[in-house]
Design a binder for this molecule. Structure first.
Ligand SMILES: C[S@@+](CC[C@H](N)C(=O)[O-])C[C@H]1O[C@@H](n2cnc3c(N)ncnc32)[C@H](O)[C@@H]1O
Length: 250
């Protein structure tokens, strides 16, 4: 997969190259991340790429021409068929299914807005999809791109040490993840759930599924409504609710 980011602040996005899961994936050449600054394609003597909005009002808007030149260049070094994604609070809200879908693209161009955003005519002419990281406004598309890149890269085969670990995370099967524990067995008087130290893999899997069902039911009933529970899952959820009730009554 090749990801190109068009940004006025490449120095923000470039930090991904040196850290964590994405940094490792880049070093292992499982993914390629390239950054291009529209200022390098400005015809203005001061490399300006923005101007005041028509109709007046506050702020400035990123202009069509430098972005069009930038995109033309990026497509020439990536692919003519690359999907162009604009990170925008007005886009569809990202979720794990969308992340997985986008991660199937071999060439993706992420466009980061700044200021009041981008001249609408550029979006109409050149953007294939608009995606939002949530119902709030941040100052630029760089952090949003980094969120999307990180989420996509960790789903790519071979990126996480154990391929299953991406699949067992929250949202992958419509549920939140189960709670996790590490050594020691008792800390500050709090014990690890006994099911996890039985060594019985069937029991452990069943406990984890029960917790995932219970957590999703209590924390994200909206996700639960979308899920068709099997008889076994329904029974585990019932057990969870009985156990929580008994614990609260103690
Ligand atoms: C200050 S925002 C512009 C907000 C725009 N005037 C609006 O109200 O819809 C500047 C840039 O940040 C990025 N951005 C802001 N919030 C975002 C979000 N929730 N998801 C994705 N990108 C976002 C977009 O690229 C946007 O062009």
């Amino acid at each position: 997969m090749r990801i190109d980011v068009i940004t006025l602040f490449p120095e923000l996005v470039v930090t991904m190259r040196d850290h964590g899961v994405v940094g490792r994936a880049l070093r292992e050449k499982l993914v390629d991340l390239e950054l291009t600054n529209p200022r390098d394609f400005s015809k203005d003597a001061n490399n300006r790429v923005d101007d005041r909005p028509y109709g007046g009002g506050p702020g400035i808007v990123m202009q069509y021409a430098p972005l069009a030149k930038t995109l033309e260049h990026v497509k020439s070094i990536s692919s003519d068929k690359a999907k162009v994604v604009y990170l925008s609070p007005q886009g569809q809200r990202l979720d794990q299914a969308a992340v997985r879908n986008l991660s199937q693209c071999s060439n993706l161009i992420l466009l980061c807005g700044r200021y009041e955003g981008i001249d609408e005519r550029f979006i109409e002419a050149h953007v294939d999809e608009e995606w939002s990281i949530g119902d709030y406004v941040i100052s630029g598309g760089e952090l949003a791109s980094m969120v999307l890149i990180d989420a996509m890269v960790r789903t790519l085969p071979g990126v996480l040490g154990d391929d299953q670990s991406a699949e067992q995370e929250s949202f992958e099967n419509g549920l939140l993840d189960c709670p996790h524990y590490s050594r020691p067995e008792i800390v500050d008087g709090r014990e690890v759930p006994k099911e996890l130290i039985t060594g019985d893999h069937k029991k452990i899997a069943s406990w984890r599924l029960k917790q995932a069902l219970g957590r999703t039911y209590t924390r994200r009933p909206d996700l639960m409504e979308l899920k068709n529970l099997s008889d076994q899952e329904q029974q585990l959820l019932n057990e969870y609710l009985v156990e929580v009730k008994a614990k609260n009554e103690r």
